[in-house]
Design a protein around this ligand. Structure first.
Ligand SMILES: C[S@@+](CC[C@H](N)C(=O)[O-])C[C@H]1O[C@@H](n2cnc3c(N)ncnc32)[C@H](O)[C@@H]1O
Length: 202
């Protein structure tokens, strides 16, 4: 199921970002593409994201011409440990997984100033509005001028509320999309990557 979910996520990302001329220009103009995956849990999507970014640039992994630096962060040490075991850099691609609070990114001195893609899979506004508003703020702060913030959500209403909160902080919504291939979960109205949205910084 995990593999299928990731394949479907990749398909939706390919469509949404592949149509985004501004983002493609950002990627193709960079020799050092940076991806930040916030609250990533075990960061299942790490390789899907690096591969997709390479393809959008017109490269393939591991032969990609551009450096691709992936940083994943979550507050749960165990999941970050799993991610470190699973994903190892190869060629021009590097992975770094940090245990930490996404509201306190400044505490990580090794973190680049800006990222071309900030990703949050299954953002969790309903688990604590104040916390997640702060995480959205940090996500926008870390975004490069031509970069994109991509979120996915489990629920319709939570997605709408997250978009409103991100836009209230200066995020500009480019596209939001109901994933037709989203896998239904046991909780009514909840499904995997049910919605995806792409935003940029105003
Ligand atoms: C709904 S889960 C999504 C996990 C993963 N992105 C996925 O799609 O499977 C929300 C994640 O947010 C993380 N989280 C909650 N508060 C956080 C914080 N302040 N800083 C970093 N991660 C946090 C949790 O540990 C959890 O992994």
């Amino acid at each position: 199921m995990l593999e299928t979910d990731l394949r479907r996520l990749d398909g939706e990302l390919s469509r949404l970002l592949g149509d985004d001329a501004g983002f493609l220009e950002t990627l193709r103009g960079s020799n050092d593409v940076r991806i930040l995956d916030l609250a990533c849990g075990a960061c299942d999507e790490a390789e899907v994201l690096t591969r997709r970014i390479a393809r959008l640039r017109g490269d393939e992994l591991p032969e990609t011409a551009a450096g691709i630096r992936f940083t994943g962060m979550d507050i749960r040490a165990r999941e970050i440990g799993w991610a470190r075991e699973r994903f190892r850099g190869e060629g021009a691609v590097s992975y770094e997984f940090l245990e930490g609070d996404a509201r306190r990114l400044d505490g990580h001195s090794q973190l680049p100033e800006q990222f071309d893609l900030v990703f949050m899979r299954h953002q969790n506004l309903w688990n604590g509005r104040r916390v997640w508003e702060e995480i959205y703020h940090k996500a926008l702060e870390k975004l490069s001028p031509g970069g994109r913030l991509v979120i996915t959500s489990y629920f319709d209403r939570e997605h709408e509320q997250a978009l409103a909160a991100i836009q209230a902080q200066g995020g500009k919504l480019l596209v939001t999309h109901r994933n037709p291939f989203s896998r239904e979960l046991a909780t009514p109205g909840k499904s995997v990557d049910r919605h995806l949205a792409v935003l940029q910084k105003t």
